[in-house]
Design a protein around this ligand. Sequence first.
Ligand code: DGL
Length: 280
Amino acid sequence: MTEQTVGKCGPIGVFDSGYGGLTIFDKMRKLMPQYDYFYLGDNARAPYGSRSFDVVYEFTRQSVRQLYEMGCPLVILACNTASAKALRTIQQVDIPKWDPSFRVLGVIRPTVEHVGMLTSSRHVGLLGTVGTIQSESYPIEFAKLFPDVVVAGEACPMWVPLVENSEFASDGADYFVKKYTDSLLSKDPEIDTIVLGCTHYPLLLPKIEKYVPYTINVVSQGDIVAASLQDYLHRHTELESHLSKGGICSFFTTESEEKFRRSASVFLKEDVNVKHVKLG
Ligand code: DGL
């Protein structure tokens, strides 16, 4: 560790481009309420979904660095787009320079580990942002762990804006939910499991279930990522011992505090205290 963090304990950092990561954070704090958490939403620059590899990497790197400087020994990228486009470079290039004991984990690997055990037909559907689908990160990870699984993907560029603007329950959302789910299912009639490969999408789940046959399992990532992290911390006691345990959750946004407070309360069904941070 650097001098700054030697011997110190700190919170688990949770990062997303916006509010979507709150669906992961919420499951993590329910499963592991003993830890402190810092949630950072880069709301001023969301959505990341259609941005280039270089831009997503740079924005994610700045956000992770911010959480590191705020004292987090571990950061979870609660964002598929950032996990797909930035995680590997941060792990391989940045962390060795910053502090080799610092850890950053993503959401794709635990999701694939779970879904590969779940599907019976071995045909999986993936709904995600343009960036996640184009990166091919899911098919690549499935090919490593479950080479018999066939993955069909559908990019849903209108879904994150619907969620970020609190329109996920509106009548207008139905059009875009039906459009993308119909298109996915037409690609492979043998799909028995659909992964919501974007942390914003659980907010659209009631509408997604309306347009997907009930025989198909629709999988959200929150519980999967929380359980996988709990298991990881059991196996990495050195890291676990550097996590502070006060049960306190703090929120940070690159947008206005008032806007974050209003929207986060919709996701979490409670009021939150939030502070503005400036990145870059
Ligand atoms: N929640 C992010 C994800 O899981 C959303 C992406 C965005 O900002 O477009 O991919």
